[in-house]
Design a protein around this ligand. Structure first.
Ligand code: HEM
Length: 181
């Protein structure tokens, strides 16, 4: 009997604490922080990202000209009461990003479990929007941030405090995509 109870507890706790697996087998992945995983894939024209963040606030992800918060091209997404919000913004200061008038990201899916938020979204490598930064072959300055609580709305964003960073990543391997397309 005790063995049965302990066994059930282990099974239940394993299910409860199981991490959310990526929605597909991505060719590329990178840990941006110990609790922030990035997966991606691309073709000649588009790139798809999937972010796994161990927090229940907003997920911020984007690219910047020099690795700083600005000038940058970012998405901010969050899941609140089963509604997902994912919007295209640009950064011009150490201040809340401005929402782009042209929304160029497509939300593919989202998920939240007991402690994590997963967002999957895609975009053209070059959107031809002056508020966006084209993604070329070679090293890209990726920036990320997250919060532990949801903002009130996509235009009432909250400060990430220490939960932010940047990483230089070869998102697109050289030679696989025509640069400047
Ligand atoms: C309400 C929204 C935001 C506010 C008020 C804000 C504010 C700030 C401030 C004051 C700093 C400098 C102090 C510090 O290092 O913490 C900073 C840095 C930083 N932020 Fe944000 N931020 C916001 C959103 C974002 C988003 C969405 C991203 C990424 C997608 C981001 C990425 C960064 C990064 C990488 C840094 C460190 C590099 C740097 O100093 O430029 N921030 N932010």
């Amino acid at each position: 009997m005790i063995r049965l109870v302990v066994g059930s507890f282990l099974v239940i706790s394993h299910i409860y604490y199981a991490e959310l697996a990526p929605t597909e087998n991505y060719p590329y992945s990178e840990a941006l922080a110990s609790n922030y995983m990035l997966y991606w894939k691309y073709n000649d024209t588009h790139i798809t990202f999937e972010t796994h963040v161990q927090a229940h606030g907003f997920t911020g992800f984007g690219i910047s000209v020099n690795g700083s918060m600005f000038p940058g091209d970012v998405i901010i997404g969050y899941v609140s009461h089963h509604n997902v919000h994912l919007n295209d913004y640009h950064t011009t200061a150490h201040a809340p990003p401005t929402m782009d008038s042209s929304q160029d990201w497509t939300l593919i899916s989202s998920k939240e479990n007991h402690d994590s938020t997963v967002l999957k979204f895609s975009r053209a490598l070059n959107t031809h929007d002056s508020d966006d930064i084209p993604i070329h072959a070679g090293v890209t300055h990726v920036i990320w941030a997250y919060t532990t609580t949801d903002p009130k709305s996509p235009t009432e964003l909250i400060y990430h405090a220490a939960n932010r960073g940047s990483k230089d990543i070869k998102l697109i391997a050289k030679g696989t995509v025509p640069v400047g397309k």
